[in-house]
Write a protein of this length. Structure first.
Length: 377
């Protein structure tokens, strides 16, 4: 994969059709470690519920997803007047930028590529700021760069690094933006899967803050698309009045309402993510071949310690064994030694570690030095 974004997808993971074609996997049975979805899968009973609801597609969906919107506001403990549901978090990111038309957009690097794509589509000047794994973010300096009409985007926890930044460090950034007449958009798509909701800023009532949340990630619904944004009440009311009334399709609304009523689902999800993330961290570190970055989300960023490690060859090896990892060399500031893996269930995680061990053992001719040498940093 080139460091240049793919024209269709922005270089994201999860394109299983293309991957199956690339590696000639006719039955399409790939274990997808490239997309960061809740490993628990959708709540029990959801598929049966959607089958029963299917005849409802002959009518228009409820405008503005009224019932779902109200239930989401209760779930997130925010005012319904400040919440807007949408066709996935990514759609809402694009939607807000196209509406607000900021003069400049500050985006983290490395981070989710859609921020840049949305900024370019909105006609804004683009400025990147460093959010490298293992480095401290300079929020004071960042806030001082903002001017009237700017929009700063922050991802918390960041993708692909998984670093979760404390609320207390982000509050001054919002205050600095407000003082300069700028705005901040914080993408909290993965906070629900960290088990640390107190770090969220969604309860902060500011005319200069937007908080985006992906429900696709939380409920394992990437094919349906569902997300929400919490923003200034006046702005949300304007979008609700003048924007597309049917952003959320009927089946996505039905799925969201069902998921919100699923007792114990979030607790089971958090327990699974923590247990399996720790399992993967320990397994990869035991190889002494990778630096595993500390993260709080349902995915891990890793870097090969040997300077000659090439993620393209590693991905190819695993894909031929029906395991798909996410190359991270098309994230800005990351090179061909970086890759990202999603946290999945134990049998799949075990298989990934086994095949990684086989790659490390067999990737160079007999007599050569170890495939990926070096000590953990």
């Amino acid at each position: 994969m080139s460091r240049v974004f793919d024209d269709e997808t922005g270089g994201h993971g999860g394109d299983l059709v293309r991957a199956a074609q690339q590696w000639n996997i006719e039955d399409g049975t790939l274990v997808d470690f490239s997309s960061n979805i809740n490993p628990l899968g959708p709540p029990a009973g959801l598929l049966d519920h959607l089958k029963e609801a299917l005849p409802g597609i002959v009518a228009y969906p409820t405008p503005q997803a009224r019932e779902l919107r109200g239930s989401l506001a209760c779930f997130l403990n925010v005012q319904v007047e400040r919440l807007l549901a949408g066709n996935g978090a990514n759609e809402l990111i694009h939607y807000i930028l196209l509406w607000r038309r900021p003069k400049r957009v500050f985006v983290p690097a490395p981070s989710f590529s859609e921020y840049e794509r949305a900024a370019i589509l909105a006609g804004a000047a683009l400025e990147r700021y460093s959010l490298l794994p293992g480095e401290e973010a300079d929020f004071v300096s960042l806030g001082s760069r903002l001017e009237q009409g700017d929009l700063l985007i922050f991802c918390n926890p960041n993708n692909p690094t998984g670093v979760l930044y404390p609320r207390r460090k982000l509050l001054p950034l919002v205050e600095a933006a407000a003082a300069q007449g700028a705005e901040v958009m914080i993408d909290e798509s993965f906070i629900p899967l960290t088990g640390r909701p107190a770090e969220s800023l969604r309860d902060l009532k500011s005319d200069h803050l937007w908080v985006v949340i992906s429900l696709t990630k939380l409920w394992s619904l990437p094919g349906l698309r569902l997300g929400c944004v919490i923003g200034p009440q006046e702005c949300i009311e304007q979008i609700t009045r003048w924007g597309d009334p049917w952003r959320v399709n009927y089946l996505a609304q039905e799925a969201g309402i069902f998921c919100l009523r699923s007792s114990g689902y979030l607790e089971k999800s958090l327990a699974l993510v923590e247990k399996e993330r720790n399992y993967l961290v320990e397994g990869f570190r035991r190889t002494k071949a990778f630096h595993v970055y500390d993260g709080s989300a349902n995915y891990l960023l890793l870097r090969g310690l040997d300077p000659v490690f090439d993620v393209a060859a590693f991905q190819d090896y695993l894909a031929r064994r029906r395991l798909l990892v996410r190359r991270a060399d098309n994230f800005y500031n990351l090179d061909r030694r970086y890759f990202r893996v999603a946290v999945r269930r134990r049998p799949e995680n075990r298989l990934l570690l086994q095949e990684t061990g086989a790659y490390l053992k067999n990737c160079r001719p007999p007599g050569d030095a170890a495939c990926i040498g070096g000590e953990e940093e």
